[in-house]
Ligand binder design. Structure first.
Ligand SMILES: [Zn+2]
Ligand SMILES: [Zn+2]
Length: 337
């Protein structure tokens, strides 16, 4: 293993300096219980946009965003994460393990939860530090670029299917069709579910059709059948209402968005009565991560991904913001600009 450098390139978001800039900064030093990772790839998530666009309140400032990290352990190794282990890091950076939510195994709701690339520096950099206990060894079947988008888009999409209560063979609506939703098609197929996609943008609709889903419509189009479950991925309240309108009695809509523009007024009698449920999806647990990565390896899940160099991280974010990539955008520090 070559000696570690003393500094690295990193994309730092600094509000006072007016945004995201790639700069040279000292190599981070792992503390007790941390591992230092050499970053192989880091997926772009819509949450990163909410952070750099100021739609979420600032936490750490400045901060290195990016919370779908694939990297090799290069220092601070533990017995089960020796040097050279390729691991993934996701949105959940740490929890206290002691609050009432952690004690009831709802660590996604921990009172003291910290997030990667928001409370602590993330993976838009050549190196990153992570809590060893919040890293996930990755199946060999997945290369770096295709593993990265699984780590938030995949895990949280999977959690959303759980929150929506999806059961084998059900009719499931996906409202919005980006990095997270497109991964859920293969998962739902493996459960023999029918998949109905409502999404804006002809390219996204064509992408959904190319994956062989059962029906495709515009963002707020109602599928031709009543849905058992629906997950909304767009940060738009109108889409939530459209999803509610597509449900059978007793059905569930899971809102997979950390930020919504607004919830429009809606008619309780027709949209929520009949024991329809509206639920939000918050963060993820480590068991969601482990279960999903195991399933992804078993079904050979391979996200569509477009790689960008670290110097082009701004272009990667812009591509996601403008819906200009099908599937996921991934920052690969080893790629030359
Ligand atoms: Zn994310
Ligand atoms: Zn807790």
């Amino acid at each position: 293993m070559p000696a570690l450098p003393s500094s690295m390139r990193a994309a730092v978001f600094d509000r006072s300096a007016g945004g995201l800039r790639v700069i040279e900064r000292p190599l981070p030093v792992p503390g007790d219980g941390d591992v230092l990772l050499r970053v192989r790839a880091c997926g772009v998530c819509r949450t990163d946009l909410h952070i750099v666009d100021g739609e979420l309140p600032p936490h750490a400032d400045p901060v290195v965003p990016g919370h779908q990290i694939v990297g090799d352990v290069v220092a601070g190794a533990t017995a089960d994460r020796p040097v050279g282990t390729r691991v993934g890091v996701s949105w959940i950076a740490s929890t206290d393990g002691t609050c009432p939510f952690c004690r009831r195994r709802d660590e996604n709701l921990c009172d003291a939860i910290r997030f990667t690339g928001y409370d602590v520096d993330g993976g838009y950099a050549e190196y990153a530090v992570a809590r060893a206990a919040f890293t996930y060894p990755l199946p060999d079947a997945l290369d770096d670029t295709h593993a990265a988008p699984l780590l938030c888009a995949g895990i949280i999409g999977f959690r959303a299917l759980r929150v929506a209560g999806v059961e084998r063979g059900e009719r499931v609506g996906l409202f919005g069709f980006g990095a997270s939703a497109h991964l859920m098609v293969a998962v739902l197929r493996s459960w023999d579910c029918e998949v109905y996609v409502s999404t804006r943008g002809e390219s996204h609709r064509a992408f959904a059709r190319s994956l062989g889903v059962d029906w495709v419509g515009d963002a707020t189009d109602r599928p031709p059948v009543a849905l058992d479950r629906a997950v909304t991925f767009a940060p738009a309240g109108d889409v939530v209402i459209a999803a509610l309108g597509a449900l059978r009695k007793g059905g569930i809509v899971a809102i997979n968005a950390i930020h919504l523009d607004r919830i429009p007024q809606f008619d309780y009698d027709t949209l929520l009565w009949g024991e329809r449920q509206l639920r939000s999806v918050a963060n993820m647990t480590r068991s969601d991560a482990r279960d999903f990565l195991t399933l992804a390896a078993r079904i050979g899940l391979k996200p569509h991904a477009t790689a960008f160099s670290l110097e082009r991280v701004g272009d990667a974010l812009a591509a996601v913001r403008g819906d200009a990539v099908d599937g996921a955008a991934v920052v690969v520090p080893g790629l030359r600009p």
